[in-house]
Write a protein that binds this ligand. Structure first.
Ligand SMILES: [Zn+2]
Ligand SMILES: [Zn+2]
Length: 266
């Protein structure tokens, strides 16, 4: 059984395809118990970039449509209304104000940006040139730790996504990973196991097995997401990911309603 998918996008962001309802239908077809809608927040720290995220004026329509679908599908599948927010140092209060306006079930906090660089975007890969990979990892994990400590978010998204395009530091980042897992535990925030990494050059889920083991030993709660940007990718890779969770020894994943966390037995 595949249980939950808490990370999906849709056409409003400009780089995903399909309407919200198509993601819900795909989730039902795959037998999920819950489907989370979590499109990207409008950009706050840089002006709107076409194809990067919805515009601020689209937010009310997004949430209204998601809530209407939640009501429509009640009794068939639990639809959760969420958002994938950006953590950018210095913009915490701006994000807090935005989140306070809407009745979200959950909010994912992700570090896509280091300054104005979206390191998760394949179109900005050339910006790795001239950068020290290890120092970039240090800065990335510092930001993830700040995101956790901000307590703005229910879930940390794709915790080790800095590895997405296969850039690997020459030095071990074991300590950085451990500090980041401890920061999540201290903040009481859930960490997402994101299956989309299986489709990228890094060729494994976010986060790695090593991080999952650290999460297990520190008692960090987790949830699962596909990061689908088309309906056909809902729950993609979940057989692999759910099997891995059991192998590492996890007995539960977590869901959210009204920003309150609950356990779902595996
Ligand atoms: Zn996206
Ligand atoms: Zn993301």
């Amino acid at each position: 059984m595949l249980f939950v998918d808490y990370h999906t996008h849709h056409e409003r962001c400009g780089h995903a395809v399909g309407a919200l309802e198509e993601y819900i239908e795909a989730a039902m077809a795959k037998g999920l118990k819950e489907i989370g809608l979590s499109d990207h927040q409008p950009l706050l720290h840089v002006p709107h970039i076409e194809g990067s995220a919805m515009r601020m004026e689209e937010m009310p329509g997004y949430v209204e449509e998601a809530l209407a679908l939640q009501r429509k599908y009640r009794g068939q599948i639990d639809v959760k209304v969420g958002l994938e927010a950006d953590w950018v140092e210095g913009y915490g209060e701006t994000v807090r104000d935005l989140l306070a306006k809407y009745p979200f079930d959950y909010v994912i906090g992700s570090v896509h940006f280091l300054g104005d660089w979206d390191h998760t975007n394949s179109a900005e890969l050339e910006r790795w040139e001239g950068r020290d990979v290890y120092e970039t990892y240090v800065e990335y994990y510092r930001q993830v730790q700040l995101a956790a400590a901000s307590r703005l978010f229910d879930i940390i998204g794709h915790l080790d996504v800095i590895k997405r395009f296969g850039r690997k530091p020459e030095r071990s980042v074991e300590d950085l990973l451990e500090q980041t897992v401890v920061a999540a535990r201290d903040a009481g925030v859930c960490v997402e196991v994101n299956a989309s990494g299986l489709r990228y050059p890094c060729a494994e889920q976010f986060p790695s097995v090593r991080v999952l083991e650290m999460m297990k030993s520190h008692g960090v709660p987790l949830t699962v997401g596909s990061d689908a940007h088309q309906p056909g990718f809902v729950a993609e890779g979940f057989a692999t990911v759910y099997a891995l969770l059991k192998q590492v020894g996890f007995t539960h994943v977590h869901g959210f309603t009204g920003r309150k966390r609950y356990e779902i037995e595996l």
